[in-house]
Design a protein around this ligand. Structure first.
Ligand SMILES: C[S@@+](CC[C@H](N)C(=O)[O-])C[C@H]1O[C@@H](n2cnc3c(N)ncnc32)[C@H](O)[C@@H]1O
Length: 263
């Protein structure tokens, strides 16, 4: 029987990679498959695992039969450089992120927005990312562990959970900003790694109940990303904030729930 996820190392094995893979297999409660010298992994997708988290000399990579995605900063690297140079970032602007803020990213995915948030809130801030898909959560957790954030960012805490269930466990007003970036119905083009993300991601749309929980937990804003071609934001009662005409993405925001505000 195939397991949904297993861990292995690249063929050029060394004790450090093996230790990382062993730790990951324990952490995620998934099997560790040991590779025989130079043995390919393709046949494992027939009978052993649907997906593999592979620890290699160049970092951690999520593989399935169709392809793979190695954890890296991607566009977030560029966005962080721009932010550091004082240029605007739409997520940071719509969420009004400031140094010292606590941000709850309810749809961590490839951690691109979380990486930007970690720089925006700085070392004295806090970023928690929630991801429902086990393979994506494991990829982000293991990748972020060795990602060099530098002294101007806070670390990103990764939680494997359904965001709605997780929000319900949190006290009211415990994060400055709560963000949601649910999967779009139609894929956006030219995003490296996005095909892998789409195969493993949870595709359920954001519900009004989860948005409301976000409003309870947020002190300032709940921000939501939506596709320009869709009426996803409108259906949730959100109006797109002014942004770039050249992207297929809109951001909307809504304040924290009034009944939870002091006074
Ligand atoms: C569009 S991606 C987010 C991309 C992310 N903003 C980034 O910067 O890389 C949406 C992600 O949210 C996850 N997701 C969807 N519904 C969720 C839920 N209810 N709880 C937690 N994660 C969820 C999906 O599995 C997917 O990884």
């Amino acid at each position: 029987m195939r397991v949904p996820l297993a861990v292995t190392t690249s063929a050029r094995l060394n004790p450090q990679l093996l230790a990382q893979a062993e730790a990951a297999s324990r952490r995620w409660g998934v099997p560790l498959f040991l590779r025989r010298h130079k043995r390919g992994i393709t046949s494992w997708f027939d009978d052993r695992a649907e997906a593999l988290l592979i620890f290699g000399h160049d970092g951690v990579t999520l593989w399935d039969r169709e392809g793979h995605h190695g954890f890296h900063g991607g566009m977030a690297h560029l966005r962080r450089l721009r932010l550091a140079a004082g240029e605007p970032d739409i997520f940071v602007r719509v969420a009004e992120l400031r140094k010292g803020d606590a941000v709850l990213d309810c749809t961590l995915g490839l951690a691109q927005d979380a990486l930007v948030a970690s720089l925006a809130v700085g070392p004295e801030g806090r970023v928690v990312g929630v991801e429902k898909s086990l393979p994506l959560c494991a990829l982000a957790w293991e990748g972020l562990k060795t990602y060099e954030l530098g002294p101007d960012s806070c670390r990103i805490e990764v939680v494997h959970a359904d965001a709605y269930e997780y929000l319900r466990t949190l006290p009211a007003r415990s994060f400055d900003v709560v963000s949601f970036d649910p999967m779009f119905a139609r894929p956006r083009k030219a995003q490296p790694g996005f095909d892998v993300l789409r195969r493993f991601a949870d595709h359920a749309p954001l519900t009004p109940e989860a948005l409301q929980e976000g409003q309870r937990v947020a002190r300032r804003w709940v921000v939501v990303k939506g596709a320009k071609y869709s009426d996803d934001l409108k259906k949730l009662g959100l109006t797109p904030e002014p942004g770039s005409r050249y992207t297929g993405v809109d951001w909307g925001r809504i304040g924290s729930s009034k009944e939870d505000r002091p006074g």
